[in-house]
Write a protein that binds this ligand. Structure first.
Ligand SMILES: Cc1cc2nc3c(=O)[nH]c(=O)nc-3n(C[C@H](O)[C@H](O)[C@H](O)COP(=O)(O)OP(=O)(O)OC[C@H]3O[C@@H](n4cnc5c(N)ncnc54)[C@H](O)[C@@H]3O)c2cc1C
Length: 651
């Protein structure tokens, strides 16, 4: 049986629900450390907590073996300055990375100090991180001794555009001759997720797959109190799960498609995984945790069925060093990422603009093509097979092309840059900056609650998620060892149970897709590219109306649709938080992608700060933190990790 069409033709009716339904039934689970979300950060958190001999439970909405944005793969292990081929000092690189306004300096320091250790541990588990089979001998960046393959990404310089000045490149004190920095390693990331799950199992982590977590439980059910557990829903049986935990780590990543839904045309699709629906952020918010940078959103970067996948050929991510030619075979001045002009992942606005003008003047003919045949064979293979094969969803692209007879040694690959254009400005995504605020232990503002990976504010990449997950697991385990037994509030669990099951108590009304579309439309209209006080207030009013009038109509006929419905409720909460945050920032900002028509001044000095939001007694409370509120990164890190034994010891 291959398609729904085949099934209906043979059976003549829809299939019965294939699992026993256990709506309203309960299961109670005890944990020392509960990890919510079994993606990259979650798996690492569970492994590092379990290595300390604690009772660790991991709850994952999908199947841990491939779930999350990193599930299908990863081709770059980024910002690993502690690797033996690196020419820069890890602490200096971390400081450099943290020059970007509104980043997360705490996570970056942890990444730069610990992600090489994380990579070596991954290798011990069975992850492939070196060219051990000598497949790419002769490729640039391949080191014969270690068999590591350095990526051309960020090899020479890495420049950012800070708030008020433009830095062009950078020579590091630790690399005064300006040698290649060698801070990114090419890896075989499709091997990672299965070995992470296996390691969790080997260490005795109790994994609950297909469980969507829905809320955090707090001491006495009070907002702002210590977190003592969480609730979940089994998306196959519909069973209600109550977890009691001494410490809890949130690792569910950020939010999904708040501004856009396209289930029929191209699948629900944004930059991250389908399961990511803002659940973790919404549950932390309701429990009273502090969030920050929630006003930062940007144009949706990927597909959604309306455009090609975001990779447009050379100059983009995994196509890092493919030369680009125009329709007449003339070389276009891309990429900026390859060995020659290493830099950021996509061409700079200046290069983009120059090429655009060249097109308009007739200097370059469209469409453009990735000139794979012009590459030396080993480089071509390193890009087509290793990078695009391992990266994640690009595997689908290479497989489709290979199956159709595409041969990179002979054929050009069409680029979609310029012939496709950008997404509409009101098709936005939230995964640009907002998230949970953490301290140097990756503890949130709530006792007993930790966060890791892209769940935290200012999210980064795979190795960042891995290193911070591993770190949060260590810290949450240390806390669990010294804290008293958790007591959950039965009343709080009962209230949550009623919320969770409300849609299955109805058999008609509004289904999840319609509700999602309504939320998306409200956000497109009132909290989009241009913002004003009155538009944003209209947005809050519309979202409130949806909450009061549409949510009570929501119905779900099976546990899967119930999960989708609950995701909508997370998206709704998330949308409200973004709108509140947008109201709180009364200035426009380039690095935050934030434009207030009524406050047009760009990044005025008094607004260069993090804005924080939390719920206190049900009311939204705003606060602020200075840029670089984390202090001296090296000293702060070392003060808290005196007993850490890693390859890099610092200077
Ligand atoms: C196409 C693509 C290519 C990429 N390539 C690279 C690369 O080459 N290098 C790189 O460094 N980074 C890459 N990234 C980014 C990288 O994958 C992410 O940064 C990383 O996966 C983030 O890890 P995470 O643990 O924070 O989130 P995820 O790995 O996405 O994990 C979040 C997990 O939480 C689960 N979850 C969500 N809600 C709930 C809930 N309510 N209850 C229980 N579980 C829940 C999800 O199912 C998921 O498994 C890529 C991402 C994409 C999408």
């Amino acid at each position: 049986m291959s398609t729904w069409h085949d099934y209906f033709k043979e059976q003549g009716h829809a299939p019965d629900w294939p699992y026993p339904i256990r709506f309203d039934q309960e299961q109670e689970i005890d944990a020392d450390v509960l990890v919510i979300g079994g993606g990259i950060a979650g798996c690492w958190a569970a492994i590092s907590a379990a290595r300390q001999g604690l009772n660790v439970v991991l709850a994952e909405k999908g199947d841990t073996v491939r779930s999350g944005a990193g599930g299908p793969g990863c081709d770059h292990w980024c910002d690993v300055p502690a690797n033996p081929l690196s020419n820069v000092d890890p602490d200096e690189w971390a400081r450099h990375m943290a020059e970007r306004p509104y980043c997360n300096g705490i996570g970056l320091q942890i990444q730069c100090r610990e992600n090489y250790d994380t990579l070596l541990e991954l290798e011990q588990m069975g992850g492939k991180v070196r060219d051990s089979g000598d497949e790419y001998v002769g490729a640039q960046g391949r080191d014969e001794k270690t068999k590591f393959m350095i990526s051309p990404r960020y090899t020479k310089v890495h420049s950012y555009v800070p708030v008020d000045e433009k830095t062009e490149g950078k020579i590091f004190a630790s690399n005064p001759e300006g040698k290649l920095n060698n801070v990114v390693i090419r890896v075989w990331g499709s091997t990672f997720k299965p070995v992470l799950k296996k390691e969790c199992q080997r260490l005795g982590v109790k994994i609950f797959d297909r469980v969507m977590m829905t809320s955090l439980l707090t001491e006495n059910g009070a907002q702002g109190a210590r977190v003592v557990g969480a609730t979940g829903l089994n998306s196959r049986t519909g069973e209600f799960m109550i977890f009691k935990s001494k410490s809890t780590i949130l690792a569910t990543s950020g939010a999904g498609s708040i501004w856009l839904i396209s289930t029929e045309l191209g699948g629900y699709c944004n930059m991250m995984s389908r399961t990511i629906a803002g659940d973790g952020t919404a549950m932390a918010w309701k429990a009273g945790a502090e969030l920050t940078t929630m006003e930062s959103t940007g144009i949706v970067r990927i597909a959604v069925g309306y455009k090609h996948k975001w990779y447009t050929g050379a100059g983009d991510a995994s196509y890092e060093n493919v030369p680009i030619v125009d329709a007449n075979g003339k070389r276009v001045p891309f990429p900026i990422q390859g060995w020659v002009d290493a830099g950021y992942m996509v061409p700079s606005p200046e290069v983009e603009q120059a090429v655009r003008e060249g097109i308009l003047k007739g200097e370059y003919a469209l469409p453009f093509y990735g000139d794979f045949p012009a590459m030396p064979e080993v480089e071509r293979n390193a890009t087509w097979k290793l990078m695009l094969g391992e990266e994640s969803t690009t595997k689908v692209i290479t497989k489709t092309f290979n199956d159709a007879g595409y041969d990179p040694s002979r054929d050009l690959l069409q680029s979609y840059r310029y012939i496709e254009g950008n997404s509409l400005a009101q098709w936005r995504e939230a995964s640009y900056g907002g998230g949970i605020l953490v301290d140097w232990d990756l503890k949130t503002s709530l006792e007993g609650l930790y966060a890791a990976g892209t769940q935290m504010f200012s999210p980064e990449d795979h190795s960042y998620a891995a290193a911070t997950g591993r770190y949060a697991g260590r810290k949450a385990a240390a806390y669990a060892r010294q804290v008293g037994e958790p007591q959950i509030s039965r009343e709080q669990a009962v209230l949550e149970k009623a919320r969770v099951y409300a849609p299955v108590k109805r058999s008609s009304g509004m289904e999840w897709k319609e509700l999602h579309a309504g939320i998306a439309r409200a956000m497109q209209y009132y909290c989009s590219e241009f913002k004003t006080e009155s538009l944003l207030n209209m947005g809050l009013g519309t979202l409130r109306k949806i909450e009061e009038e549409s949510v009570p109509l929501l119905f779900a006929l099976d546990p899967h649709k119930l999960m989708r419905s609950l995701e909508d409720l997370s998206l709704l909460t998330y949308a409200q938080i973004v709108t509140h945050a947008s109201l709180a920032r009364k200035a426009s900002s380039i690095p935050l992608n934030f434009q207030r028509i009524d406050y047009p001044a760009l990044d005025p000095p008094e607004w260069r700060k993090y804005l924080t939001l939390k719920l206190e007694n049900g009311k939204v409370k705003a606060g602020e933190l200075p840029l670089a509120f984390w202090g001296d990164m090296k000293n702060q890190y070392e003060a808290r990790n005196k007993d850490y034994t890693g390859v890099y010891k610092g200077k």
